[in-house]
Design a protein around this ligand. Structure first.
Ligand code: 4NP
Length: 169
């Protein structure tokens, strides 16, 4: 990681109205708390909700923990994101497959096998969550939204440790 340019992380789910905006706000909070030079954004693999604010339930439960999602707006993941970001984080296995499909488009578009972005799971470094998806809360109850927040907080703390050790080098 450069000390000048921020390390750029993109959190990705399906609609970019529930999980990834939550992940964006939570990861940004923990990075800022540790004064890390990390820029965080989010996107969805689907186009259903482009331009929309996060789901009102995501906003409500996030606000109860001090995260403000109200200014975020949904956008769709694009091949260009693989050149603009250093790390793309998938919330679940289906997201990962969809991200890899767009990664192939980026490789074709930019005529390279080596794109800037690495792709990983949001829960990759969280010992207690390892392998678990961040489950889609959209058709579920309040508990699902609280669980997304719990998982994003645990996963973000783990990523912050990874970013901290990289920024020291
Ligand atoms: P997200 O949740 O991927 O966490 O933003 C969803 C939001 C909308 C839909 C599915 C999942 N949808 O089918 O519209």
């Amino acid at each position: 990681m450069s000390s000048q340019q921020p390390y750029k992380v993109l959190c990705v789910c399906l609609g970019n109205i529930c999980r990834s905006p939550t992940a964006e706000a939570v990861l940004r909070h923990f990075c800022q708390q540790q004064q890390l030079n990390v820029h965080v954004d989010s996107a969805g693999t689907a186009a259903y909700h482009i331009g929309e604010a996060p789901d009102s339930r995501s906003q409500q439960y996030a606000k109860q923990r001090g995260y403000d999602l109200s200014n975020l707006r949904a956008r769709q993941l694009s091949p260009q994101d693989f050149q603009d970001f250093d790390l793309i984080l998938a919330m679940d296995e289906q997201n990962l497959k969809n991200i890899q499909r767009i990664e192939q488009q980026a490789q074709a578009q930019f005529s390279t096998q080596h794109l800037r972005a690495q792709v990983a799971m949001m829960t990759e470094h969280a010992q207690t969550l390892k392998g678990q998806p961040i489950a889609d809360p959209y058709y579920g109850s309040a508990a699902g939204f609280e669980q997304v927040l719990d998982q994003c907080e645990i996963a973000s703390r783990a990523w912050v440790l990874v970013f901290k050790s990289s920024q020291k080098q």
